[in-house]
Design a protein around this ligand. Sequence first.
Ligand code: SF4
Length: 463
Amino acid sequence: MTSSSDNRLGELLYKYDVFAPRYTSYPTVPAWTGEVSSQDYREALLKCSSQDPFSLYFHLPFCENLCHFCGCTQVITKDHERSKSYTEVLKAELKKVRSLLPKKLGSVTQIHFGGGTPNFFHPMEISTLLQLVRNLFDVESDAELAIEIHPKTSLTSFNQMLASQGFNRISLGIQDLDPKVQSLINRNQNFEITKLCMDELRSNGLSHFNLDLVYGLPGQNEQGWEKTLAQVLQLSPNRLAVYSYAHVPWVRPVQRKFLDSDLPSPQLKVHFFEMAYKTFLDAGFSLIGMDHFARGDDELTLALKTEGIHRNFMGYSTRSDAHQIGFGMSAISYVNGGYFQNQKELKKYTEMINRDELATFRGHILKNDDFLRKDVITHMMCQGSINYDAFNEKWGKHFHDVFPEAISQLNSFEKDGLVSIDNHGFRVVGEGFLFLRNIATLFDAYLENIRKGATNPTFSRTI
Ligand code: SF4
């Protein structure tokens, strides 16, 4: 193994491996409060105009088995009747939200089903839910229709439904294909099972695949990870995400199912990311930002050249800004300058929707300073650059007056060759795109207080 400190990239990865948000929202979730209620969400929905586009997210929480590394909001059960009643609650929430929006409405550009394990649901439940969406909203004919599935448990009937309903983005959880790692994380899904599932989806006409990997898992070693990376490329994905495993057993007690000594050292973890980065770039993928890669012919790669990349709770996308409405337990919405999160417990969420209420339990209403910083962080995470003149004109303030400390801190990123600064602004360059989270923290007004107030780390590590 090449030690991470033997080369420049390894040293940078090690240096910038700190706890930092992923910035799918700004302010980030730990800054939100319970003062934001269903009434605030209701008012935000009522303010939507007849032209506004929408992006919809459905959280489908059920899983048959608990993966020991899991950090998602899920409900473990083998009782498939539960998805039936949950689908009815989602439909009620959908109708409730729609009733608060103007009669004439802009179109839906993106629909995403996440989990949990969406393929836990019966194909009919997904298709009737989609039918209701199409009845209530104007879904664009080329809308992005995405779903996360578990290759081991996705049945033929479900895979066929995905094709017949027009799904055009399939995300498959891979994590690591090494049997030793799979056994430690309680997720036995080998290469053959994954390939069989993808072959079947392809034979049904589905052609766009996003594969998710996780590095830093228990039992991972260099040889096994190298094999996983090679096998993943054999599966010919369009996009790849390589997430850092967040070990937070005080929040996720299931992560105590393996020993801390099963985890790779921080140096080895950094090395695993470096291996993935080099392997995917050598295979012709482009780095979109942080830990996301896309093939040369993917629309995300093409959008890199035209500043056409956007970011929301679902990650990077080419779809422009829209109101984001989340349905289901724990789902998050961003509407008219406010974040609203649904109850995280299934029982409470269900009770509130069944009482014909919205189910918000916390959120954040953005103030002027929040909008300005959100704009800078989002632009930086998507386009990797800030133009001072454009900022001054848009916000009527001078960038240097608003962010004096950030400007001086940017110098250290420049010294490391990660950003280039001139009189007109700054630009993330080369490997700097791996450290977007670190650079974004310079513009976060809440982070210091969040870090001070936390007894345990609140965010995952950047690497
Ligand atoms: S399938 Fe996904 S959501 Fe379900 S337990 Fe495993 S990691 Fe968590």
